[in-house]
Design a protein around this ligand. Structure first.
Ligand SMILES: NC(=O)c1ccc[n+]([C@@H]2O[C@H](COP(=O)([O-])OP(=O)(O)OC[C@H]3O[C@@H](n4cnc5c(N)ncnc54)[C@H](OP(=O)(O)O)[C@@H]3O)[C@@H](O)[C@H]2O)c1
Length: 252
């Protein structure tokens, strides 16, 4: 059984990945979708007609709940053609102003759960050609005061993805880190619980459809990093040319 696995499938970028994978990869037998909100996953499964959607409702930060995924892998022994790690969140605010559960929670989901998903999935990844697509962010390109833990967690995702891509080349597995700037999703409902996002970030929001379309194209062409839009490409270049210690003074 050939499958794709998508975390964070109940909304935003993850949900868009499920829709586009279902359209583009017609040889898949199933797409496994993971998130906490069951009703959202069921709704998505009903919407998609071209491939069977298997809903695995769980909190990815809870190791015991993740057993559902582990057990399903054992039971069906699938060949995973694509793993998309889209579950993640960020909260805007200074480190000391956020609660411990907020700061640590971002690391637990964005870093630990993502790492665990790769660890559980790798033994089932196809021998010929497979993709791991990790949602990092343009926040990964440099430290960000007032978004410190989120940016650091996404730097982890970017670094891990680039290193794994080299390690897994012999197995023909490509690892792509997707690094968009602001995207128009429910992400900001959580990001803005204590503080509002800066105006320029509000104006710059890309559509999930375009970000995901490019990410799938880049992953297909074995790119390690996928950056949507000229502004974010320019931003990435800037972070390579100018010392981070200088830029951080202007993005507080
Ligand atoms: N939107 C942006 O501006 C932006 C920019 C760059 C990168 N990103 C990254 O893109 C990814 C997707 O974000 P998005 O914009 O699509 O945000 P979103 O619409 O808020 O989606 C986040 C997804 O993560 C899932 N999730 C959250 N906590 C979870 C948990 N404990 N266990 C399982 N699933 C959990 C949510 O599902 P449930 O609530 O149902 O569990 C939801 O499906 C994230 O990694 C984010 O950091 C977003």
């Amino acid at each position: 059984m050939k499958i794709a696995v998508v975390t964070g499938a109940s909304s935003g970028i993850g949900k868009e990945f499920v829709k586009q994978i279902a359209k583009r990869y017609r040889t898949l037998d199933e797409i496994w979708v993971l998130a906490r909100r069951k009703e959202r996953l069921i709704e998505l499964a009903e919407e998609i007609k071209s491939v069977k959607i298997r809903c695995i409702c769980c909190d990815l930060t809870d190791k015991r709940k993740l057993l559902k995924y582990k057990n399903a892998l054992k039971k069906y022994n699938p060949s995973i053609r694509m793993l998309v790690n889209a579950a993640g969140y960020g909260i805007i605010g200074k480190f000391a102003e956020l609660k411990e559960k907020d700061n640590v929670g971002m690391v637990e989901l964005n870093c630990s759960a993502l790492t665990r998903m790769i660890d559980l999935s790798l033994p089932y990844m196809a021998k010929k050609k497979a993709n791991i697509i990790n949602l990092a962010s343009s926040a990964a390109f440099l430290p960000q005061p007032s978004f410190a833990v989120y940016a650091a967690s996404k730097s982890y995702v970017l670094s891990l993805s680039m290193a794994l891509n080299e390690e897994l080349k012999k197995r023909h597995i490509t690892v792509t880190a997707v690094c968009p700037g602001p995207v128009d999703t429910e992400f900001f409902d959580i990001a803005e619980i204590y503080n509002s996002v800066k105006l320029y970030k509000r104006l710059l929001r890309a559509k999930p459809k375009a970000v995901v379309s490019l990410a799938l194209k880049d992953a297909y062409h074995k790119k390690t990093v996928s950056v949507y839009g000229l502004t974010m490409k320019g931003f990435r270049l800037l972070t390579k040319l100018i010392p981070h210690s200088f830029i951080v003074k202007f993005i507080k």
